[in-house]
Design a protein around this ligand. Sequence first.
Ligand code: ASP
Length: 444
Amino acid sequence: MNLTTKVLIGMTAGIIVGLIINLGGFNTASSFINEYLVNGLFHVVGRMFVNSLQMLVVPLVLFSLICGVCGIGDIKLLGRIGSKSFFLYMITTAVAIATAIVIAAGLGIGKGMNVSTEATFDGRDAPPLSQVLIDVIPSNPIEAMANGDMLSIIFFAILVGVSILLVGKKAKSLVETTELLNEVMMKMVSIVMSLAPYAVFGLLARAMANLGMDLLYSLLGYVLVLAGALLFHLFVTLQGVLVLFSRLSPALFLKKIRNAQVFAFSTSSSNATIPVTLRTVTERLGVNNSVASFTVPFGATINMDGTAIMQGVATVFIANVYGVDLGIAGYLTVILMSVLASVGTAGVPGVGLIMLSMVFVQVNLPVEGIGLILGVDRLLDMLRTSVNVSGDAIVSAVVAKSEGKLDINIYNDPNAGIFDDDDVAIDTTDEKELAAAVDKTHGQ
Ligand code: ASP
C-alpha cells in the first residue's frame, strides 16, 4: 500500500471517529474521551506532527533555495521566474475572489437571514504596503529565520546563492555541501511523511470531534456556497490556467498533487505543508528545484486563492446579513485589498479571518460580523488551505514549463516520485561504510 492510500485511510478513519464522538455526544467537557482522547492522544499526536513539519520549513527553504540559485544556470532566469510567478499568483488570487463575489452575490447568500452570535472577533488594520516591502529585507537574518518570516528568508537565501555564484569556482565545495544538506533535509521530509497516516488520523479526529454541528447547520448556505466556489476554482479556473499556459494534463496533476492537498487539509497551514509541496512538485511533477525552491515558499506566503475565495463569499454574506450594499466600487476595493493583504501574511491556520478583518476596515463593514462565521471556520480553513497549496503547485508547474525547467517524462509518469518504504530504509552497506569512515578519524 502506498503512502497516499495510507494517509487517505488515516484521514477517513479520523473523520469517522471524530464524527462518531461528536454526533454521539461523547465529547462532553470533562469526559474521559474529551480529556484523554480528543484533547489528549489525538491532540498530542497531531501537534507533534505539525511541529515536525514546521521544524523542517526554514532549513529546507534555505538550503534548497541556495542550491536552486546556484543550479539555475542563467542568473537572468531568476528575475523571470520571480516576475512570472508573482504575476500569476496575483492574477489567480484576484480571479478567485472575483469569482467568489459573483457566485455569492448571484445566489444572494445571507439576504434576509437573522443570525446572531456571541462570538467576538478582534480585527486588525492592514500593515502599510511600504512596511511589507521594507520587511522583505531582514535586518537580522537569524531573527527572520527564528520567526519564520518567509519573504525575508527567501531574500536572504537568494542573496547567499547569488554571492556564491560571484565567488565562483572556489565555492564549489560549499555548493556541494549545501546540496548534501538539502538532500538530508529532504530525507527528513520523508521520515516525517512516513508518520503521516497516524498523525492525520489524530488531527482530523480532533477537528471533527470539536466541530460545532449546530452552527454548521445554521450556516449551511454559507458553507455550501464557499465549498462550491473552492471546488470551482480548483477544478475549473486553476486547471484552465494549467492547460492554457502549459498544456499539461490536469488529470495527472490532480492525481499527483493529492499528498500535498491532504497534508494542507489536515494541518490548515500552507507554511507547514511547504516540505511536502516542495517534494511533490519536484519529484512527482518534475519541476526543477531551481524553480520550485523559489515558487513554493513564495506561493505559500503570497498566494492564497482559497483564502481569497473565503473572503469574497464572507464579505457578500456578512454585507447581506447586515443589509449593507457595497456597490461595484466597494467590491473592487475588496478585491484589491484582499490581494494586497495576501502578500504580507503567512499561510498559517486561521490567518484568513485576520485578513478579512483588514478588508472589512477598508470598506466599513462591521468587523464584529466576522464572529458570525467564526464557529465554522476551522473546517473551511482546511478546505481553503488545500486550494491555496494547489495554486502554488500549478503556478510552479506553469512557470517551470515556460522556462524549460519541467521534466515532462517525470510529469507524464504516473508513478514518478511516489513515496515508498525504501525512502526511509537505511542501506546497511552504506551504514557500515559511514561507520568505518567515522572510525578512521574518531576510533580508538
Ligand atoms: N490556513 C490558510 C493557509 O495556511 C490561510 C487561511 O486562509 O487562514 O494557507
